[in-house]
Design a protein around this ligand. Structure first.
Ligand code: FAD
Length: 573
């Protein structure tokens, strides 16, 4: 951290520096509070067009679901607290409607009086967030069609459910806000259908990692209509809403939630001629300064570098918004602190299941043209198997070849999921490798973890791949492989289900019977989750066979096969 040459002057022409902040929630509020801790002299004024500042957007779905019953709990800080504790003026219900960068002024409209006034600034911070996408199609403005962005939105949804005794909902969009709404609407007793254009829910996940989640949703009674987009919404004859999909399918419901993602609110930035990037966000430098030296921008409205892929992206998450707000405050106060970039660490809880990810996905790597990477799948228990209650976590780890740098991880399970992803996320921050994961020393007592934690096992598996001890085959190769597929589980396990075409040669009989296997063909081995297959492949390799292990074993195969049976493709026409 160094001191910025331009920002040392805390007094401008003999008066206090005037710092105006547009948007008083995640990025704006954290910037304001941090700046006050660094600069007691500045005049800091926050404007928000909504009735609240510093509210918990992330809690909104749970307010709809009545898990958070008291609306006041969503208010993290009030304008009074900002005034009394920080000497920061907060104007709610005040829309910033114009920005003149040359004159260094903004125009604000007071929502109570409807009067406008011009406010001068020395420094301006834009943290207006991102608006829910409302597609330009018929019916999105009908009563009963909602997006969830703020407390009044949530209040309206609650009232609609209560007053109409709503029994059914269609959630359009299966991303994390959509799925949180699914959980909470179901909690209110509604039956829920998800309409999603992609063939999977949770788009940041690789498709095979979304499978246990889709299976779980269906098991909990959620209807999934995948691979089908929204065409229009109409009022149906019985007073319900009719959601018509691109395929022509019609879903009747008492309310519709649009959760199609968000787009940066850049109208003020465009008005001022600030640079806007290819992803539609405001361009900022590492100190969060825009193309205008007097204007900073933070949060959902900005474009940021992805630390893994080196690409510029947008990432609407609360953690980055808060950290960026702090970096901007430091910069404004004359300290030079750099925002490192994002790695897209995220978690969502859906009807008891936890889904978390950090870093790049496999599809993201492929899109970015990265080819020198490998992956391992594993399904360890969330704590020691001998302690009651262990439940599997499905983990996928991506790493670069040959150096083993961690590129990303995804995990799905019930307990201990986000703990593992957080550890891997931290390792990514330190540019860690799979060798670091194999070595990392984590908490262990039987009810919390294992002497070899799932994170260690992921690192060790990847090490085995990198040093050639384990040659992996991917489940996607199964259909076309010419290898002999060998199931090394015990006969009773094999009898309960196996990969079509696989022969059963249990690991326990391998030493006596391995000569039954043809030496002139590759051998593709699997077991339950991969451990016994690995032992068998080491044995066979040392006897001259070309042996490979099916990544993730029968558990990975089974989830894929199960959902292929259960999720019918969207009907065409
Ligand atoms: P915001 O927090 O959206 O604040 C922007 C504020 O600016 C708004 O209050 C808006 O009214 C105001 N504003 C905009 N334009 C103007 C203007 N012209 N004049 C005056 N005021 C203006 N992230 C997570 O990491 N984890 C989660 O679990 C999570 N859950 C979420 C659930 C929901 C329902 C939503 C909507 C978001 C969730 N997020 C979550 C995302 C997270 O809330 C955002 O990434 C974060 O709040 C962005 O901060 P921000 O300061 O950029 O914008």
């Amino acid at each position: 951290m160094t001191t910025h040459p331009d920002s040392k002057d805390r007094v401008v022409s003999g008066r206090r520096r005037r710092v105006l902040i547009v948007g008083g929630v995640a990025g704006g509020a954290s910037c304001a509070a941090r700046l006050r801790r660094l600069d007691e002299a500045a005049e800091i004024v926050v404007f928000d067009r909504g009735p609240y500042v510093a509210f918990a957007n992330c809690g909104l779905p749970y307010y709809v679901g009545d898990v958070i019953a008291d609306e006041q709990k969503l208010l993290v800080a009030s304008p009074e607290l900002f005034r009394e504790r920080f000497n920061i003026a907060v104007h709610t219900d005040t829309d910033v409607i114009a920005l003149d960068a040359a004159a260094r002024t903004i125009t604000v409209r007071d929502g109570h009086t409807n009067e406008s006034r011009v406010e001068r600034y020395d420094v301006l911070v834009l943290s207006p967030g991102a608006a829910p996408i409302r597609p330009p199609i018929a019916g999105v403005d009908l009563p009963g069609v909602f997006a969830v962005r703020n407390i009044p939105d949530s209040r309206r949804i609650r009232a609609w459910i209560d007053e109409r005794h709503a029994k059914s909902a269609v959630v359009v969009g299966g991303g994390f806000i959509g799925l949180e709404m699914v959980e909470n609407l179901q909690h209110r007793g509604l039956s829920v259908t998800v309409l999603e254009k992609l063939p999977q829910v949770m788009p940041p996940l690789d498709p095979e990692m979304a499978i246990p989640l889709m299976e779980h949703l269906q098991g909990k009674g959620v209807q999934l209509r995948l691979g089908d987009g929204l065409s229009r919404i109409e009022t149906s004859q019985n007073g319900q809403l009719a959601v018509i999909a691109e395929s022509g399918a019609t879903m009747n419901a008492d309310l519709v939630i649009l959760a199609l993602g968000v787009k940066p609110e850049t109208s003020l930035a465009r008005m001022a001629g600030l640079a806007i990037g290819a992803r539609g966000g405001i361009v900022v430098d590492a100190e969060m300064r825009t193309s205008d030296p007097h204007i900073w921008a933070v949060g959902d409205v900005v474009e940021v570098p992805d630390v893994l892929l080196g690409q510029i992206t947008v990432l609407p998450l609360a953690g980055p918004a808060n950290r960026e707000g702090r970096v901007a405050a430091e910069s404004i106060a004359g300290r030079v602190t750099h925002f490192r970039g994002i790695q897209a660490t995220a978690v969502v809880g859906v009807l008891g299941l936890t889904v978390a990810s950090t870093g790049a996905s496999e599809k993201g790597l492929r899109r970015a043209g990265v080819t020198r990477f490998d992956k391992v799948y594993l399904h360890p228990g969330h704590h020691a198997g001998y302690f009651p209650g262990a439940r599997a976590i499905h983990i996928k780890l991506l790493f670069s070849v040959p150096d083993g740098r961690i590129l990303g991880a995804q995990a799905v399970g019930f307990e201990g999921v986000e703990k593992r992803i957080d550890v891997i996320a931290t390792a990514i921050q330190f540019r860690g490798t799979v060798h670091d994961l194999a070595e990392v020393e984590l908490c262990y007592a039987p009810q919390f973890g294992a002497a070899k934690d799932p994170v260690n096992i992921a690192g060790m598996l990847a090490q085995n791949v990198l040093n050639g001890d384990m040659r992996l085959a991917d489940w996607s190769e199964l259909e076309s492989t010419t290898d002999v597929v060998v199931d090394v589980r015990e006969p009773d396990e094999y009898a309960r289900g196996y990969i079509p075409g696989a022969i059963n040669l249990p690991l326990s009989q391998m030493r006596e019977r391995y000569r039954e296997l043809p030496e002139d063909r590759g051998i593709l081995i699997y077991c339950g989750v991969g451990q016994r297959a690995y032992f068998a492949s080491r044995f066979l390799s040392q006897h001259g066979y070309r042996a490979r292990t099916l990544s993730g074993g029968y558990a990975t195969y089974q989830t894929i096969a199960a959902v292929a049976r259960q999720v019918p493709p969207a009907p065409q026409g």
